[in-house]
Design a protein around this ligand. Sequence first.
Ligand SMILES: Cc1cc2nc3c(=O)[nH]c(=O)nc-3n(C[C@H](O)[C@H](O)[C@H](O)COP(=O)(O)O)c2cc1C
Length: 211
Amino acid sequence: MHLRNLGFSKLTYSEVILTIRYEDIVNIAPIGVLLEDDKHLSLRVYKGQRICELISKGAIDCVLNITRNPKLFYDAIFNKNAIPHHPSETVSSPRVEGCDAYVECSIVHVEDHREYVRVLLKPQLTKTYPRIARTYNRAEPAVIEALICFTKIIHLIENNLEAAESLKERIKIFREIVHHSTRNEKLRMMITEILERSEKMIRENTAVNKH
Ligand SMILES: Cc1cc2nc3c(=O)[nH]c(=O)nc-3n(C[C@H](O)[C@H](O)[C@H](O)COP(=O)(O)O)c2cc1C
C-alpha cells in the first residue's frame, strides 16, 4: 500500500508507535513521522531518550506500528514492558500486537543536530489490517495529546519550570475533555494518571529547587 494512503504526509506528522531493536534490547515509544518523498520517511528523535541512544549505537531498522488505540500510546510511555510484540517479516525490530498496520523500515541515514537526530527511513514492507469505519470521538485523541504534554514536561522540568506548569494546565483541559465526552473508566483512569504524574514531577522539582 502507498504510504500516503496510510495517512503519511509531507506536511503533517503521523503519530505512530516505534519499535526498535539493538542487539537484545527492544525499545517501544510513540514518535512523529513525516513523509520525505515517495520512498522515504523521517523522524526527529530528541537526545537523552533511549530510542536516540539505540540509534546512535547503531540500530539498523525499526517498525512503525500504526494504531489509534490510546491504551497502546499510554503503555508505550508508562508500561513498555507490558506491550506484547512479535517478530517482523523483513527486519529485526518486532511488531506491536494488535495494530492496524505495520511499516517495517531500514534506517538509511542519521543526521546529528544539537538537540535531536534526524533519522531517514526506507520502508521495506507495509502490512495493513484495515478496520471498518469508526466514528470520531474526543476522548481518545485528548489522552494522546496529554501524553505528548507529559513527555515534554519530563524534558523541560529541570530548566523551565514555568513551561512545565503551563503544560500541566493543558493536561487539565484534556482531562476535562475526557470526563466530558466519555464514561469509559479506562480512559478516565489514564488521563487522571497522566495528570497526577505531571503534578508529582512538578511538586518534587519545586521542592528540590527550594532546598
Ligand atoms: C504521540 C507522541 C508523539 C511523540 N513524538 C516524538 C517525536 O517525534 N520525537 C521525540 O523525540 N519524542 C517524541 N515523543 C516523546 C517520546 O515518545 C517519549 O519521550 C518517550 O518516553 C521516549 O522513550 P525512550 O526514552 O524509551 O526512548 C512523543 C510522544 C508522544 C506521546
